[in-house]
Design a protein around this ligand. Sequence first.
Ligand SMILES: Cc1cc2nc3c(=O)[nH]c(=O)nc-3n(C[C@H](O)[C@H](O)[C@H](O)COP(=O)(O)OP(=O)(O)OC[C@H]3O[C@@H](n4cnc5c(N)ncnc54)[C@H](O)[C@@H]3O)c2cc1C
Length: 240
Amino acid sequence: MTTYQSRLRGREEVAEGTMAFHLEKPAGFQFKAGQYVDISLINPPETDSQGIIRSFSIASAPYENELLVVTRMRNSAFKRVLSVLPLGTEVKLEGPMGSFTLHKNRVKAAVFLAGGIGITPFLSMIRQAAEEKFPQLLYLFYSNRRPKDAAFLKDLEVLSQLNGNCAFIPSMSEMDKSKLDWQGERGFINREMLLRHMDGLKGPIYYVAGPPAMVAAMREMLTNAGVEEDDIRTEEFGGY
Ligand SMILES: Cc1cc2nc3c(=O)[nH]c(=O)nc-3n(C[C@H](O)[C@H](O)[C@H](O)COP(=O)(O)OP(=O)(O)OC[C@H]3O[C@@H](n4cnc5c(N)ncnc54)[C@H](O)[C@@H]3O)c2cc1C
């Protein structure tokens, strides 16, 4: 694994309590959409028992000239420091790591199941697919509590409209707690929801990313529906 120096170039809120961090892409840094990096803070002003390193999926696409990471802002020392880190501050990157990347057989569809911030690896894959005009069918099911919790909702709608091979199905599980109007799917992702948008469940490769409980529930749902274990790939975002 290679270590790189990078710098924080910008940050903004992209959903409630959710921040995107723009990092300089170090010279020679190459990755595949879906991979992640370990980010280390250098001499942070405070730390806690969880330490100074966190893993983040890269949400930008390989063709872009920056590295984007996106996270729910919790009250850990790491995130308190990251949230106020002066622009231009150096951070250490290790990676890229992971094999949560799109299969090469473009004839086989991919179904992405994202729970909340689990959207990050799929954002990278979908941006890269749009850039390279992949002929592959992609389905993105994106589950959040409310629209204001769903990072990149608008961008994903636009991306799926531009890429005729990409179906985007956002779903909200707590619209009773939202003041916004919502015409789309409601509730957790389940077999019935998948079947409303796909012609059967067997055949595609399934990719699931999100908190461990969500990943376990999706795996169980898929295997109960007859999807082969070999056709299910997962990335657990521990710490949520
Ligand atoms: C491959 C990978 C990719 C990830 N990508 C993203 C991403 O794109 N965006 C994002 O927001 N997060 C991502 N995460 C999760 C991220 O690394 C942090 O764990 C998460 O953001 C919580 O950090 P925190 O500072 O809020 O809480 P922490 O201070 O890290 O911890 C909160 C609580 O969770 C527990 N915990 C911490 N880490 C783990 C773990 N790995 N497994 C089980 N329990 C744990 C701690 O003991 C503590 O009780 C990813 C994780 C992995 C492994």
